[in-house]
Write a protein that binds this ligand. Structure first.
Ligand code: SF4
Ligand code: SF4
Length: 233
């Protein structure tokens, strides 16, 4: 498998890397670099040498999953590179080649697919207030549980169309729009990657003897969500 050949087929790679002069400006302004073992300068520099082994290492690593896609690097780079776009191309290739399963952060894509990916396709929202388990966000305190209990009454006070046809946040997204969204996901290959993530998770769950099923809150989900350093051995 020629990984670089495949990476170069991604338009985000072509647009994202001209030539890196290693100035470090992207790293200096990158919010993810402040919190994680992540350095966009290093990624751009490693990619421009076009070494298959280095690329394979990146595709297997946690490093490509920390970028928050803020695109601050795009506006600052003196060579018009965009490390944030390079990361997107790397993530796609990592999933398509299955190499993301070597990384605990990569394996967490299953949780993202369950929580966000499936919500987009089913409801048209990345996150829908009715679907999020408040247990996942203890920092919000008990208020959210209270809001959920009285959601019908509370959300409608803001003049929107909560869970029904109309305008405003949390309105019901029409079937026609949801159909279009599903088509976009299918044409862009996202649905295919979702299927692969699901398939890989089942394989990993079997190997590690952890229960998994179609529900969101299955045992495998909690394992990779709460314990990203989980050792598969
Ligand atoms: S800002 Fe641009 S040139 Fe400088 S290290 Fe980052 S990618 Fe390379
Ligand atoms: S897009 Fe990613 S790499 Fe670029 S500044 Fe934002 S977090 Fe950092």
């Amino acid at each position: 498998m020629n990984l670089f050949k495949r990476l170069k087929e991604d338009v985000r790679y072509i647009h994202g890397l001209n030539s890196c002069i290693n100035c470090g400006t992207c790293t200096a302004i990158c919010p993810a670099a402040s919190f994680f073992d992540y350095d966009p300068r290093e990624i751009a520099d490693q990619l421009q040498v076009e070494d298959e082994k280095i690329l394979e290492g990146l595709l297997k690593s946690d490093k490509i999953w920390f970028c928050g896609q803020c695109m601050s690097c795009k506006t600052r780079c003196p060579r018009s590179n965009t490390p944030g776009l390079l990361i997107l191309a790397l993530r796609n290739l990592s999933i398509e080649t299955g190499l993301y399963m070597h990384s605990s952060r990569g394996r967490q894509m299953y949780a993202l697919k369950k929580l966000i990916g499936e919500t987009i396709l089913a409801r048209g929202y990345c996150v829908h207030a009715d679907d999020v388990d408040t247990y996942l966000f203890p920092e919000l305190g008990p208020i959210w549980n209270w809001i959920r209990k009285y959601s019908e009454e509370i959300y409608n006070k803001f003049g929107n169309s909560y869970n029904r046809k109309g305008s405003g946040v949390l309105r019901k997204i029409s079937d026609e729009t949801l159909h279009e969204l599903n088509e976009i996901f299918s044409i862009t290959g996202t649905s295919g990657r979702f299927n692969q993530i699901e398939e890989d998770a089942y394989g990993h769950a079997e190997k590690t003897h952890i229960d998994i099923d179609q529900s969101i809150w299955n045992e495998y989900f909690w394992n990779i969500y709460e314990n990203p350093e989980y050792d598969e051995n």
